[in-house]
Design a protein around this ligand. Structure first.
Ligand code: OTU
Length: 643
């Protein structure tokens, strides 16, 4: 493509970053565009070049970017400039995330604004707001069906109120992360409605077919996401006589990224939200963004081009913004969304594999599988890191690395059955209380729902008034948080877990929710429990205080930075998860005993890595002599040894 066509009379040298015109003052915007222009166009051309409208659409994209740059507020531009200087800002150990549903946490945006200080007190620096944009009133998959990317869901409040929440957060040093449902819109979105009315231009923004012939070809190879709660990949609408691609629920229509207009419109919405002050976008369900007949329509190569292009758009218009990718797929596939060693795509990705491994260790009370799997993790790009979490709003999908299970002599089919039953609470040696999600009784395969506290045994212990079991459950809750709060990566706490909130079995009585067990772990935030957070004679107080202390401690030591890698090691005592971080000046060793027995951990493997001498536990204050042959770790005890 000829730049002149796209850029009109502009000096194209600028866009290649080599202008030597002495009289022109190049704007910051032009400089930024110059740095990425070629890459952006190359990708665009690669994906859309075969279409007649490619150049025109590219020009449209550039126009949108220019417009959004002009509209961007000075306060945000200031952050952009700072972060351009410090591109790894999110790697600081100060970053601690918290995810919440606005309505469940505080009813609406006004409520949220009043409650921000609670999060500030806990030490949170970034707040992930679950979907809050306009959505259908009833069927909305917790907001993952967006009816307008630029309007707030009415019951939550207005865009003005949203901006005022964002401003307050910024004043308190907190970034706002917004979900961005990039793969599909709700069927009530204006584009979908116009498509439904028969407007071809809008029908091209989705996947719509007159007959089932083409869908049938897709269906041969495309697995279902929700085989139980919403079976099938397509939905037939009689009124328009069309089959629509609906990977998730029927009311969520997959966007067609083979149409550059979709790419552009979505970019425009993203920039618009960034201009409202969003600093982190959680890109939802990215593995689904490209579809090809004869494939699984998961993780296709073109998605990497799309994400890379979105990143260039952000780099030009709002370089202070980062991406958090959500891809709950095989470990190797998750890694691919960082975009190679140059880190061209997502800045952060959900560490779903680690989360699964943590729960696996809770059930098996040993950590060999986790340690071996984590040892296989490759190095990340320099300016990228994981999002480490224990629970979130979704189910736990048991995506194991089968090689690792095999190496440990574990049959993954049988193992998954065991794990499923364990967390449902299906046999007498378990302490968990959860539910199956998307359970297939014939294959005995499925996923797990339940809150952290209930899966850790607290619900059952309280019901059976078993003080010993309650103590163990509390220790498990602390242990899991202890690990994510000391690992490389940004820890994200799921709202309510810091108060050990239990399952909400009431969901079974609510019409739109009863069929989807994920609502089991989406209780309304319990502000009565929050009142007890300073009283350590209560469960809430003990858990809250422990997590808060660990957050403070994490922030106080540079060794916890995300760009200092964490290494896991097998010591021979597999009940105790052992990991360490080391840089020129500091050494950290983390130990976490996943069993209810005291365990002696041999230290020679630490010695081999140059870790010796007296170390202090940063939480308990006690000293542990690593030069001795073993370290004693109590039942479910965690140690944060520092030197
Ligand atoms: C995401 O999850 C959201 O987290 C869910 O809450 C939504 O329902 C869904 O998208 C649709 O918007 O299947 O079970 O690989 O696994 O995106 C959760 C990614 C999901 C998918 C994941 C999806």
């Amino acid at each position: 493509m000829n730049y002149q066509n796209v850029l009109g009379k502009v000096d194209t040298n600028i866009y290649e970053g080599k202008s030597n015109m002495t009289t022109t003052v190049i704007s910051t915007y032009d400089k930024r565009l110059g740095k990425v222009y070629n890459e952006l166009w190359n990708r665009y051309h690669k994906i859309y070049g075969h279409r007649e409208d490619a150049s025109q659409q590219f020009q449209n994209l550039l126009n949108m970017m220019k417009q959004k740059d002009a509209e961007r507020k000075d306060a945000l531009k200031k952050i952009d400039a700072e972060r351009e200087e410090n591109q790894g800002w999110f790697l600081s150990q100060n970053q601690v995330g918290y995810m919440l549903y606005i309505d469940l946490f505080a009813e609406n945006l006004t409520g949220l604004k009043q409650k921000i200080k609670y999060l500030h007190e806990l030490g949170v620096t970034y707040i992930h707001l679950m979907p809050f944009l306009k959505m259908p009133d009833e069927h909305n998959d917790g907001g993952y069906a967006v009816s307008s990317y630029t309007e707030i869901h009415k019951p939550f409040g207005t865009m003005k109120q949203f901006e005022s929440v964002v401003d307050l957060c910024r004043e308190l040093g907190m970034s706002v992360c917004s979900d961005f449902v990039i793969n599909h819109t709700s069927k009530e979105h204006e584009w979908a409605q116009k498509a439904r009315q028969g407007m071809e231009e809008y029908q091209d923004m989705y996947f719509m077919f007159d007959t089932y012939d083409i869908p049938a070809q897709y269906d041969k190879t495309v697995p279902e996401v929700f085989p139980k709660v919403s079976p099938g990949n397509f939905t037939y609408y009689e009124d328009m006589n069309k089959h629509v691609f609906t990977s998730f629920y029927e009311f969520q229509w997959d966007l067609n990224y083979q149409n550059p207009r979709v790419f552009n419109e979505i970019a425009n919405c993203m920039m618009e939200l960034a201009n409202k002050g969003v600093e982190i976008f959680r890109l939802d369900a990215i593995p689904f963004m490209w579809k090809e007949i004869g494939t699984t329509c998961r993780n296709l190569d073109e998605i990497h081009d799309l994400i890379e292009m979105y990143r260039y758009v952000m780099k030009v218009v709002c370089p202070g913004v980062i991406f958090k990718g959500e891809a709950i797929v095989q470990p190797q596939e998750i890694l691919s969304y960082f975009g190679g060693m140059e880190g061209k795509e997502c800045h952060t990705m959900y560490n779903a594999s680690f989360m699964v491994l943590l729960w696996n260790s809770i059930a098996t009370k040993e950590t060999a599988v986790m340690t071996e799997a984590l040892c296989r993790y490759p190095q990340l790009p320099e300016k990228a890191t994981w999002i480490n979490y224990v629970r979130c709003h979704d189910d736990i999908g048991w995506g194991f690395d089968n090689d690792v299970l095999g190496q440990q002599g574990i049959n993954w089919v049988e193992h998954t059955k065991y794990i499923l039953k364990f967390f449902k609470g299906d046999f007498h040696t378990t302490f968990s209380k959860g539910e199956y999600y998307e359970f297939d009784e014939w294959k005995f395969d499925g996923r797990t729902s339940g809150t952290l506290a209930s899966l850790c045994g607290l619900e059952w212990a309280l019901e059976s008034r078993d003080a010993y079991q309650q103590e163990l459950a509390e220790k498990r809750i602390k242990l899991l948080h202890s690990i994510i709060l000391s690992f490389s990566g940004i820890p994200v706490i799921y709202s309510g877990d810091e108060l050990a909130q239990l399952n909400d079995w009431n969901y079974l009585t609510v019409e739109n929710k009863a069929h989807d067990s994920r609502w089991l772990h989406r209780p309304s935030f319990d502000w009565e429990k929050a009142k007890k957070r300073h009283d350590v004679s209560t469960v809430e107080g003990r858990i809250f205080t422990d997590i808060k202390n660990r957050i403070e401690t994490r922030k106080a030591y540079d060794i916890f930075r995300s760009d200092v890698p964490t290494y896991t090691i097998r010591t021979g005592a597999d009940q105790v998860f052992t990991y360490f971080k080391k840089d020129e000046h500091e050494t950290f060793v983390g130990l976490a005993n996943f069993s209810e027995y005291p365990v002696y951990v041999p230290t020679h493997v630490l010695h081999q890595r140059g870790i010796w001498g007296n170390m202090q536990d940063l939480i308990q204050g006690k000293y542990v002599d690593v030069a001795k042959e073993t370290i004693l770790v109590g039942p479910y005890e965690t140690l944060w040894l520092y030197q």
